[in-house]
Ligand binder design. Sequence first.
Ligand code: IFG
Length: 535
Amino acid sequence: MPTLRISNSGSALLLLAVLTTFMACAPKKSPPVPMDLAQESIIPIPVSVKATNSSFELTSATDIYVQGDSKELLKIGQYLADKLNPSTGLGIEVKSSNEAPAVGNIYLSIKKDAKLGAEGYNLNITPDGVTLEANAPAGLFMGVQTIRQLLPAQVESSSKQEGPWRMATGTINDIPTYAVRGAMFDVARHFFSVEDTKRFIDLIAAYKMNTMHLHLSDDQGWRIEIKSWPKLAEHGGKTQVGGGKGGYYTQEQYKDIVQYALDRYITIIPEIDMPGHTNAALAAYPELNCDGKARELYTGTEVGFSTLCTKNEITYKFIDDVIRELAALTPGPFIHIGGDESHVTKKEDYIPFVNRVQGIVLSHGKQAIGWDEIALGTLKKGAFVQHWADVDNAVNAVKQGSKVLMSPARKAYMDMQYDSTTQWGLHWAAYIEVDSAYIWDPATLVPGLAQKDVLGIEAPLWSETVDQIDEVEYMVFPRLPGYAEIGWSAASARNWDGYKKRLGAHGPRFTAMGINYYPSKLVEWKEDKGKKLKN
Ligand code: IFG
C-alpha cells in the first residue's frame, strides 16, 4: 500500500485544512439501510409498489430538480421544498435541469405516457436519488404527496425536527380510479375565513383529492360578493346559525381561494343553492319573494321553508347575473345549482325551474351539477347529479345518460357524529364511525349504478354545528383519508383490516400537521395514547 509522503509540514497543514473543510461541508450521509417500501403506510394505497429494500437519504446536499424551466414544474418543486424545509432544515433548493441531476437529488419530469392520464405518476427511488415522472403536472403533484408520506411523519412539522430523512427504495406506479375526488365545505351555515378554507384545501391535497365544493349560499347566509346584486352579501352575509356575525368572500378573496386550490390541482365547485335554501337572498331583495316582502334573516337550522319565486322573470335575471359573475371567477367546469329540499316549491314549478337554470349555466360556458333532486327535471348537456339521499334520483340521472357524484349521506356526510358521544355534528342519516365511512364502494352501493356511471366521490362537511376550524378538523379527520382512498384506489385493493393499520400510522402525521383529529378507538394510533384532543 503506497504511503503518502508529505515533502514538508506546510503542505501537510494545507492538506489537513482542505480535508477538514471538505469533511465539514460534506453532507452527513450514513450508508443506505434496509427499508421495505412495501411496508410503508401510503394513503390512498397505490396501484403498484415494488420494494428494493434499501434507502435514500435526503441531506443538505439534496436539491429538487425539475425538467426544463417550466414555471408550473418549478412551482410544484417549490411546493415540495416548502413542505420539507421547515422540518428538515436541509435548505433544499429548486432548480431547472434538462437531464437527470447528479446523485443525491430529487428529479421531477414530464414523460408522455397516455396510460398515466391526467393524474397518474411513476416514482422511482434508489439509494442515489428520487425520480418522479408523470404524463402531466397534476400527476407530479399527486406523486409529491406520496413522497411526503414516504418520509418520517415529523417531516410534516412546521418546526425543525431531528433526522435522518430516509425513504425506502423501490418503484411506485399509480393512477386514480375516479376523476372527481373531493370534499364540500359549507361556509353558509357558519362562515369560515379565507385562511380556514385554505387550511381545508391544504389538508385534502395531502390525500390526492382534486375537488373542493364550496356551499356559498343557504337560508342562513350568502357568502360571495355579487357586484350586480350587492345586498346579497352585504345583507345576506350579515349573520349565521346562532346569530353570530357571519361574513362573506369578496370577489378578490374568492379568486385567492380559487388560485390557492388551483396551485394544488384542486378544482373549486361553487354552489348557489336554489330554489330552496334561499332565505338569505330573499331577505336581501324583496323582489325575489312572490309576495314582494323581504324575509327576516334566519339563524336557525331548519330546512325546506324557503323558495325563490319561480314564476317571476326577475328571478331568472337574478340567477343569470349571479351565475355570470360566478362563472367569470371560476376556472373549473362546474357551477353547482343546489336544488335540494325545495319543500315549498311546487313540483310543477320546480321542474321547469331547474331545467331553465341548467340552461343559464350552459349559456355562461359551464356545466351544471346539482343535488340528486334535479334528476326530476331534464338533465341538459354536461349536467351531473350529486347523490345524497334518493337512490331513484341517482338511477334516473343515469337513465338520462348522466353520471353521479357519490355523496351518500349515510356514508359520506362528515357532519354526522362518529357516535352518540361526539360533541359536534348530527345523526339524522347515521352515526358514521371511521370503519363505516370506509367500508363501502361507490360502484355497488346503489343498485342500478355501476362504476362507469360514477363521476367520483365527494364528502360534504355541513356546518350547522361547527364554527371553528379545529371542530371542522375533528369531524373531517380521520374519515377524509378513507374517502380519498375510495376515490383513488381500486375497490379490489381496499379492505378495512389493511387500511386501519395504514391509517393508524397516519396519526403521527395528523399530529405533525396540527390536525385536531378524532382518535377513534377502532384504530391503533401509532402515537402516544395520551394525545390531548380538544373535545
Ligand atoms: N341536508 C341538507 C343540507 C344540510 C344537511 C345536514 C343536503 C343536500 C342535511 N341538504 O344534504 O343543507 O342541512 O346534514
